[in-house]
Design a protein around this ligand. Structure first.
Ligand SMILES: *Cc1c(COP(=O)(O)O)cnc(C)c1O
Length: 297
């Protein structure tokens, strides 16, 4: 892969020293996948890697994918397309939108992604419909990546993160990740690791079944899904979350955003304070990136 040099891999790991963790008698590490690339947000690189390799191998003319106006996945994909010189096409949910509707879409357009704005109904039908391959103007030999980037190749790519962590001599008892589609959680479970996944959507119990699609029953038994840290739902936040993010950032000099990593870290601190983890537990939280979508809170 010619452009590997642009990516910071393996990403660094650091220990978070904090009185809360000391009192709980636990060790907490942070895997800095946010540092992999400023636009190719950490876990999105993990998920895209093997999709990209397969597409290049098949000499695909274009990478095609789907997302909303704030999709970190489309954001990353657009930059991957520019760096690897492969055409990218993004189908965006909402036919009332345009390339100026969000900073994410402006970035995608600037990186050369072709954007198609489709109705919510058409969007819902997308993966069920092989018709999508025949969308007017799509090249014959396209490589389709699902919304959020989660598929078998994504699950495989995420597993490599565990190799990096353990290669650095850290043996976490539990990996902690935020969950949108659950692909990142599935990737670590597929490597037989124990995973605490913090759902960022409301009513996210369905994620358990989504994640089970990618792994064996024994592996899925190692998943613990937390559904009470969504702060109102996807993209929503509260004063409590905002002030937690501020405190964390000034204590550790590491930025979090409000959609994913802020909620994950809030959950981790909250559980530590409540004595949820056995003393002596080693945790590894994954900073999945997304900082380009950070709001001034
Ligand atoms: C997309 C994203 C996630 C969610 O990952 P899933 O594999 O869909 O669960 C988490 N964090 C950030 C920063 C993301 O952009």
């Amino acid at each position: 892969m010619t452009k590997y040099a642009d990516l910071k891999l393996p990403s660094p790991v650091c220990q978070l020293i904090d009185p809360v963790f000391e009192q709980a008698g636990i060790q907490v590490y942070l895997k800095r996948d946010d540092l992999i690339h400023p636009a190719i947000s950490g876990n999105k690189w993990r998920k895209l890697k093997y999709n990209l390799l397969h597409a290049l191998e098949q000499k695909a003319e274009a990478l095609v994918s789907f997302g909303g106006a704030f999709s970190n996945h489309l954001y990353a994909l657009a930059t991957v397309g520019r760096l690897w010189k492969i055409r990218t096409i993004g189908f965006v949910r909402g036919d009332e939108l345009g390339p100026e509707s969000s900073a994410t879409l402006r970035h995608c357009a600037r990186e050369g992604m072709e954007l198609h704005f489709i109705s919510r109904t058409a969007y819902r039908e997308k993966e069920k419909s092989p018709e999508f391959r025949h969308f007017p103007g799509l090249p014959a030999n396209t490589f389709l990546i699902p919304e959020g980037g989660t598929n078998e190749m994504a699950v495989r790519g995420v597993g490599e993160m565990a190799d990096e962590v353990e290669g650095a001599g850290i043996r976490p008892d539990i990996y902690v990740v935020p969950a949108g589609t659950g692909g990142t959680a599935a990737g670590l479970l597929a490597r037989d690791r124990k995973v605490l996944a913090v759902a960022v959507l409301k009513n996210a119990g369905f994620l358990e079944r989504d994640i089970e699609k990618w792994i064996s029953p024994q592996q899925s038994a190692r998943l613990e899904l937390l559904t009470d840290y969504h702060f109102g739902g996807y993209g929503k936040h509260t004063e409590e979350l905002r002030s937690f993010i501020h405190r964390f950032e000034s204590a550790h000099g590491i930025l979090l955003e409000q959609v994913y990593t802020g909620k994950m870290m809030f959950a981790l601190y909250d559980l530590a304070k409540r004595g949820y983890f056995a003393r002596g537990t080693t945790l590894l939280a994954v900073h999945t990136g997304g900082l380009q979508g950070k709001l001034e809170l």
